[in-house]
Design a protein around this ligand. Structure first.
Ligand code: FPP
Length: 236
């Protein structure tokens, strides 16, 4: 059981509502994603201030590949631009970058800059920012099952050795603690194929604002809500 005012060790965020935000402002969808990139910075700053060691952001899902090609390539360019322009900041803020998902499906230029930034920030230790890119939880779980089946076939494991710990060790998140708090913006109450295994015990907080309007204060409020829920559990 977590203590009273415990700070979550890991916050995962489904950054939703960029398109709707753009529509409300009479702008093309890509401007919503651009504005959303600013909110990413706010979320990192807020986690740093609270001392949250892991932050995972759902930046591009397996399903997002089916969006119009122009939107997909705009999102990839935005990600590359974010990684290039924020590298100094990430270093200054001592942020370590990691990625989960089918990274091999990303364009070569995106993979290159991602690998460079992950390598350059590998020894930073104030917070780990995990970007979920081309990520789908069912795909991740299926790949883990495939790896384990092969391991059984080649004699690495006996079927009786397949425990939840062994299974978790074959997921992309093997070295990352499970999220304590899952935040989704834009008022939607869905999990959308995000970290299905890992959020088994996470508290969920739904924020009504669209992601581009998300600010540090919204993250602080979500953590306060998380702490209140634990306080209630503690009193029962
Ligand atoms: C969901 O909004 C958001 C995405 C599919 C992409 C998230 C990307 C960013 C916030 C920008 C860049 C990220 C980084 C890490 C630099 P939506 O398009 O599904 O919105 P809608 O549901 O209103 O259409």
């Amino acid at each position: 059981m977590k203590s009273f005012h415990s700070i979550p060790k890991h916050i995962a965020i489904i950054m939703d509502g960029n398109g709707r935000w753009a529509k409300t402002h009479g702008l093309p969808r890509v401007q919503g994603h651009r504005a959303g990139a600013e909110s990413v910075r706010e979320a990192i700053d807020a986690c740093k201030e609270l001392g949250v060691p892991y932050l995972t952001l759902y930046a591009f899902s397996s399903e997002n590949w089916s969006r119009p090609e122009a939107e997909v390539s705009a999102l990839m360019s935005l990600l590359e631009k974010f990684l290039k322009t924020k590298l100094d900041d990430l270093m200054k803020q001592n942020v370590r970058l990691q990625a989960i998902g089918q990274i091999e499906r990303l364009p070569a230029s995106t993979r290159k800059i991602l690998a460079d930034v992950m390598e350059l920030t590998a020894n930073n230790d104030s917070i780990t920012l995990v970007l979920a890119l081309s990520y789908g939880s069912r795909e991740e779980i299926t790949a883990a099952a495939r790896k384990i089946a092969k391991g059984v076939q080649d004699g690495t494991w006996h079927p009786d050795e397949i425990t939840t710990e062994l299974f978790a060790s074959q997921l992309d998140t093997a070295h990352i603690p499970d999220p304590d708090l899952l935040i989704r913006t834009s008022g939607e109450m869905r999990v959308s194929n995000f970290l299905l295994w890992q959020i088994s015990y996470a508290e969920m907080v739904i924020v009504d604002k669209c992601w581009p309007d998300f600010r540090q204060g919204d993250l602080f409020a979500a953590v306060a809500e998380y702490q209140k829920r634990h306080r209630r559990f503690g009193s029962v």
